[in-house]
Write a protein that binds this ligand. Structure first.
Ligand code: ZN
Length: 188
C-alpha cells in the first residue's frame, strides 16, 4: 500500500537535501521518480533544484492549474517527490490522495508548515489533514532550541505583516524558536 508522506520543517532544515537523497536512492534501484515543484507564479516547465550542500536535480514546475493525475497516467512513475509542497493547492493534495490510493504510487512531500505569521500554508494544511505519515525535520534557533517558526526579514528587521507569498521582494527568512520569533530577537 502506497502512502502520502509529509515531511515539514522551518526554513533551512535540509528538506531539499533530503529530498534529493531520496530521489538518488530510488534511481539507484532503477525506479522512475517524478520530482515536482509548485510555482508561486504562473511559470511552468523545467527547473533545477539545488540544495545548500550542493546536490542538484531537474524538476518539473507545476502551477495551481496543473492536474497531477495527468502526470501519472501519461507515463510510468514509481514515486513522486514534491519540493516546496506548502504551495500546492488543496485540490492538488486531493489529487495526491487519488494517486496514492488508486494508482498505488507513494508521494513524499517536503514543505514548510507555517508562514512568517505563524499561519498554515494551504498546501501544508491539506497535507496535515490527509497524509498517512507526518514527520518533522528539525533545525535549531541561534539559542540552540528547536526552530519551529519562520521569520521574514526586511532590511534585516523581522516583520509580521504582509502577504503570505511575496514575489520578487527583497525579503529574506530565518528560522527561530517560538520565543525568539515572538520577541523578534534574531541573534544573541
Ligand atoms: Zn531561540
Amino acid at each position: 500500500m502506497a502512502k502520502i508522506y509529509f515531511r515539514y520543517s522551518a526554513m533551512n532544515a535540509g528538506k531539499t537535501t533530503q529530498l534529493l537523497q531520496v530521489k538518488y536512492n530510488y534511481e539507484e534501484r532503477g525506479q522512475k521518480v517524478l520530482l515536482l515543484k509548485p510555482a508561486i507564479d504562473n511559470r511552468c516547465g523545467a527547473v533545477k533544484i539545488k540544495s545548500r550542500v550542493g546536490l542538484e536535480s531537474d524538476a518539473m514546475i507545476i502551477n495551481q492549474d496543473t492536474n497531477l493525475i495527468g502526470l501519472v497516467t501519461d507515463e510510468e512513475v514509481n514515486c513522486i517527490l514534491i519540493d516546496e509542497a506548502q504551495f500546492l493547492s488543496k485540490e492538488q493534495v486531493l489529487q495526491i490522495c487519488r494517486i496514492v490510493d488508486d494508482y498505488n504510487i507513494p508521494v513524499i512531500a517536503y514543505g514548510l508548515r507555517t508562514d512568517f505569521k505563524g499561519e498554515l500554508f494551504p498546501g501544508s494544511e491539506a497535507l496535515l489533514s490527509f497524509a498517512d505519515s507526518i514527520e518533522e525535520l528539525k533545525t535549531i534557533c541561534w539559542c540552540g532550541k528547536k526552530a519551529t517558526m519562520n521569520t521574514r526579514l526586511v532590511n534585516g528587521k523581522p516583520v509580521y505583516e504582509g502577504e503570505q507569498i511575496q514575489i520578487g521582494g527583497n525579503e529574506s527568512y530565518i528560522s527561530l524558536c517560538r520565543k525568539h520569533w515572538r520577541e523578534g530577537k534574531i541573534r544573541p
